[in-house]
Design a protein around this ligand. Structure first.
Ligand code: SAM
Length: 290
């Protein structure tokens, strides 16, 4: 049984699936590879070929589809029928046999438990739309095998401030100014030919019925309480950024230090400016202790 927020969010994504794409653009597996953004390629390189993966809140599924190209067992779960329909069309068109799609509500522990256990659990840009991010987080921990890796992507309370101003201005002073709105979306995803993708992004960032924001400290506490070892964040939460993700991968951190309270405050103030383009989005990577 969905919560009131769940019903609203589900109906929103049924009308405007995310990230969305024009299916005609994907005629071969190669097209999928070419269309993938740099960070997805880093995630792909960070995960061994024989690992099982679940992408929780996969939306229209580009990332999980892409990850399934080199692997035998990749799941994408979501509660939006329209998003899953689009993903299923892509699966059929490209014959992606190792990609399993399932309709699941993240806040429903029993549904989650039926999915089994995975080596890698990705939950990117989802929990902040559930109405109970911590409950969603706790539920998806049931998907982790011993020593499995997890990635949680959320909106940062500080980093999202500029976007909140842009949302406000798009609803007031720039309400009828399409050029400014186009400029706002271009700031986040650059120049795109794919109109469905641009529309998906606009709706997701500017017209969403429900979102919450979170701090680094909050996620660190979630990790600690649930026996997840902190690895790193992207962008980095280290004072001296020594990012080696291109080489070492996102679940291997050699130089990242656990960010203490002062460092977290400093970094999050910095993120107001630095994550402005991403709308304050950041990802925390961790590893299950047992
Ligand atoms: C912003 S999209 C993120 C899609 C994808 N992870 C990405 O990064 O491109 C959020 C997705 O989470 C899904 N979602 C939100 N709440 C959910 C819930 N309670 N159960 C399952 N999926 C949910 C939505 O349907 C939507 O597809």
């Amino acid at each position: 049984m969905l919560t009131k927020i769940g019903q609203k969010v589900q109906s929103f994504y049924n009308k405007t699936p995310f990230p969305d794409y024009d299916l005609n653009r994907f005629n071969s597996k190669k097209d999928l590879e070419i269309a993938m953004y740099t960070f997805a390629k880093i995630i792909d390189r960070s995960i061994p070929k024989d690992a099982s993966i679940i992408d929780v809140g996969t939306g229209t599924g580009q990332l999980s589809a892409f990850l399934s190209l080199r692997r035998k067992n990749v799941y994408g779960i979501d509660f939006s029928d329209s998003s899953l329909d689009k993903a299923r069309k892509l699966k059929k068109k490209l014959n992606l046999k190792s990609w399993t799609l399932k309709k699941v509500d993240i806040l429903d522990k029993e549904q989650i438990k039926k999915l089994g256990k995975f080596d890698y659990v990705l939950c990117l840009g989802v929990l902040h739309h559930t109405g109970n991010a911590y409950k969603g987080f706790k539920n998806i921990l049931n998907l982790l095998k011993p020593k499995a890796r997890i990635a949680v992507g959320l909106y940062n309370t500080f980093g999202r401030i500029p976007l909140k101003f842009r949302i406000l201005s798009s609803k007031t002073i720039f309400k009828n100014n399409q050029k400014i709105k186009d400029y706002f979306i271009k700031m986040q995803i650059g120049e795109v030919e794919d109109k469905e993708r641009a529309r998906g992004w606009w709706n997701d960032q500017y017209l969403h019925p429900h979102e919450t924001t979170h701090t680094i400290g909050e996620v660190l506490r979630w990790f600690k309480k649930n026996n997840i070892n902190y690895i790193q964040t992207v962008p980095s939460s280290s004072l001296f950024e020594n990012s080696e993700i291109e080489i070492a991968g996102v679940w291997n951190s050699f130089k990242e230090k656990y960010p203490n309270f002062l460092v977290r405050c400093y970094k999050q103030l910095e993120w107001i400016f630095k994550t402005n383009r991403e709308g304050g989005y950041w990802i925390t990577f961790g590893k299950c202790i047992s």
